[in-house]
Design a protein around this ligand. Structure first.
Ligand code: PRP
Length: 216
């Protein structure tokens, strides 16, 4: 039996992903050691390998087959647009993709004005403004602390994820429009799905059951 490789997104989502995998009998305690700098881990008994990568890179590893399976947010899946199967909504890492800004920017959105939009998600922002709203905007790619952009005058609005809403609130910004709901998904390489159909289907079935139970 060959090793199945599972890619997890570094940080909190990896820990939440491990919790859910544990519930279907897949464990790897070593990954939880926060003091370790190790990136790849093996569960010999189950013939599984796990690795930790930047969330944005997980779709790339899965499309190329360097990982058979990945667990990553829908935001990253939409942004990266990679070829792979999205098989289970795990219901963890829930948040919303929103257009946000100061209250005064609401009018600029309603009147379809040529505004600047700062975001870590240029593909999602482009799809939303160009294809759904038919509004021409200038998209400015940033890498973090997106909420700064409207405060310092880099952009009129931002496209970003909102979880608790605290970051917006504490910086005097509001959700102006909702783009979509986000949660973590299990994704599978297209060839692995055929070659390892039995093992991967079992993981999918088991995970779907856990998610169903969670929803009660
Ligand atoms: C994300 C997002 C928002 C914040 C939303 O940032 O970009 O800034 O979380 O969460 P909240 O609604 O609970 O306040 P992240 O912490 O990933 O850091 P970043 O600045 O690197 O984007």
């Amino acid at each position: 039996m060959r090793y199945l490789t599972i890619a997890l997104a570094k940080g909190r989502l990896a820990m939440d992903s491990l919790d859910i995998l544990e519930r279907i009998g897949i464990s790897c305690d070593e990954i939880r050691d926060k003091s370790s700098r190790k990136l790849i881990f093996t569960n010999e008994e189950l013939k599984l390998r796990f690795f930790l990568a930047k969330a944005n890179d997980i779709p790339t590893y899965v499309e190329y087959g360097a990982a058979d399976i990945g667990i990553v947010g829908k935001d990253t899946i939409l942004e990266e647009g990679r070829k792979m199967y999205e098989v289970v909504d795990l219901g963890i890492g829930r948040c919303r993709m929103c257009v946000a800004g100061p209250a005064a920017a609401k009018e600029l959105l309603q009147h379809g004005e040529l505004i600047r939009v700062a975001t870590k998600y240029p593909a999602i922002a482009k799809d939303y403004f160009y294809n759904k709203k038919h509004q021409t905007v200038e998209i400015i790619k940033l890498n973090g602390s997106i909420e700064l952009a409207p405060i310092v005058g880099l952009a009129e609005v931002i496209v970003d994820i909102v979880e608790t809403g605290s970051t917006l609130r504490e910086n005097g910004l509001l959700v102006l429009e909702e783009i979509c709901n986000i949660s973590a998904r299990m994704v599978v390489n297209e060839v692995s799905m055929k070659m390892e159909h039995e093992r991967i289907s079992k993981i999918i079935r088991d995970l779907k059951e856990v998610v169903r139970d969670n929803r009660g």
